[in-house]
Write a new protein. Sequence first.
Length: 188
Amino acid sequence: MARAPNLKVFRMAVGFHDAYVAAPSQKAAAEAWGADLSVFARKEAELVTDPKLTAEPLASPGKVIKRLRGTEAEQIAALGADEDAPPPRAGGAGKSAKGHTKATPTKPPPKPKPRPSRAALEEAEQALEAAEARQREERQAIAEREAALAREREALEKKQRQERERLEARREEAEAAYEEALRRWRES
């Protein structure tokens, strides 16, 4: 009986959407997205474990499920509205005599915090995949040994059955000869 592969849910950002896919490996997920495996190395794709996010992809393995990331207002805000910029002045203030807008010095945006490293998670996933592969091989080896033992037992039982039948036939012949000899002895 064939077993369904263990599926994991992976997510990759695509524009204003997150693309989810349930697949047995990172390679299969990248293929479903039409991307190469390096999207995981570049941290553009990741494993998802939140049950709310995994339910729909797990219901349709291999199919890419797109979900809008945030509301329209959140997406517009994320496009870079400068919160530190002063509001425009009424009546042309802020323009030079030639009509050019004066450059207002702005603070550079703070550097974003670096994304946490997935190295330990990826190492753990690879170790798990390696262990699962090794365990499959070990179970397969035992199954092959069990099949060989079953064949050996069947051959032994056949050999013993034939030997028993031969010995029972010999015993029956000896018993018939004894009965005949006994009958003749009684008659004499």
